[in-house]
Structure formats: C-alpha cells, structure tokens
Design a protein around this ligand. Sequence first.
Ligand code: CU
Length: 235
Amino acid sequence: MIEAYLERASTYAGDIDILFSGVFWIVAVWFVAAEGVLFYFCFRYRKQEGVAAKYVTGEEKSYKKFISVPHYLILVFDIFIIAGAILVWYNIKQRLPENPDLTVGIISQQWAWTFIHPGADGELHTADDIKTIDELHLMENTTYLYELESLDVLHSFSVPVFRLKQDAIPGRKIVGWFTPTKTGEWDIQCTEICGIGHGLMPARVHIRSAYDHEQWLEENTPAEAGQALAAASNP
Ligand SMILES: [Cu+2]
C-alpha cells in the first residue's frame, strides 16, 4: 500500500510498511463495522408513525455485551499490534548489526546537515574523510552505522524511503544503522521543529552501486589526503 506512494530503499522499510498496513487495516475494518452498526441502529430504531424512537441507556444486562465484547476484541488486536511493534522496533532500534561495513557521521545544526563519509580506507575519522553539506552518499547493499549528533538544538534525521526517523540530541552521539537497497537520489528531512529555518534544511541521499560509489570517492577525496595515501601506498 505505502510503497505505491513512497519507494522502499532499506532492508527494514518493508517491515515498517507491514506494521503500518496491519494497524491501518485493523483500525479501518473495525471503524467501518462500528459506524455501520451505529447508522443501522439509528435507522432501525428511529421515530416512526405511532412509534417513539427507542432510547437505550445501556444499563440493562442484556445490552452490556455490546460494550464488553468489542472491548475484549480491541484488547486482543492490541496484543497483536504491540507484539508486531516490539519485534520491528527491536530489529531497527534496539540492536546494531554485528558486522557493519562502514560508518558515516551525521551532524545536524541550525539549519543544515553535515555528512562525514569514510574515504578509500573505509575508516571514519581519518585524513581521507569526505565532508559534504546536505548530501549523503551511500553505497547500495552496504550496512552502515551512523553516528548522529546535534550542535545546537533537537533535530530529527528522517529518510522516508528508509522508513527511518531518529532524533538528534545535543550532547549525545546516537548510533543506529541502515542498509540501502535501491540506487537513486532521495529526500532527507529534519522532522523536529528546530527554529525559524527548520523548513530550509532539506537534504538528499545519493545511493550508488559499488562501482559508481568508488568513482564518487575518487573524485571527492580531499587532494591532500589523496596525496598522502598515494605516498603511503607507493613509498
Ligand atoms: Cu532541524
């Protein structure tokens, strides 16, 4: 349902969609059923020629089942929803992948995103890191950890095609993960009102194949770092 409006581009996007659709359909079916019964009763027991409209207080024992049965059904469906939500939440937020391939740094501030990508050495926080503003460059089918920080106020890192949203909190480094699965260019949004320029901090994520990402790395590695690496590998 949701993928008709918004592509899925991470390994867990499908799980979020299943959960979302599940909640949607459970609520939709019961909403339509409850409204149907309501309108049927309004019509069935309306005032007619010589018959007064029926007034039910709901206090009689025989009517109480109309309250208690739906009540128990709601509890049963709640258990399904909560169990599904815990499973998905645990996989996405409570656990980190055991063997992530790369780590990227994400720094939010009023009102821009800074992304720090590991260079050719695959390590973050080294001389060949590539820093960009408002563009995140990722490789398809690669598991990333992200280190999310904020320099000033609360922000929220949201990549709709990943079905990922994570608040950035000043003074904390929040580590999470994603595995992009679809090449292309997609939106990144800040989803926490963070001041007057909140609407001015959209960014883009570029997901490329390994070959194309390699190309991007070569073109964007800072000149000094590139020379230093070349010197180190050809003494
Ligand atoms: Cu923001």
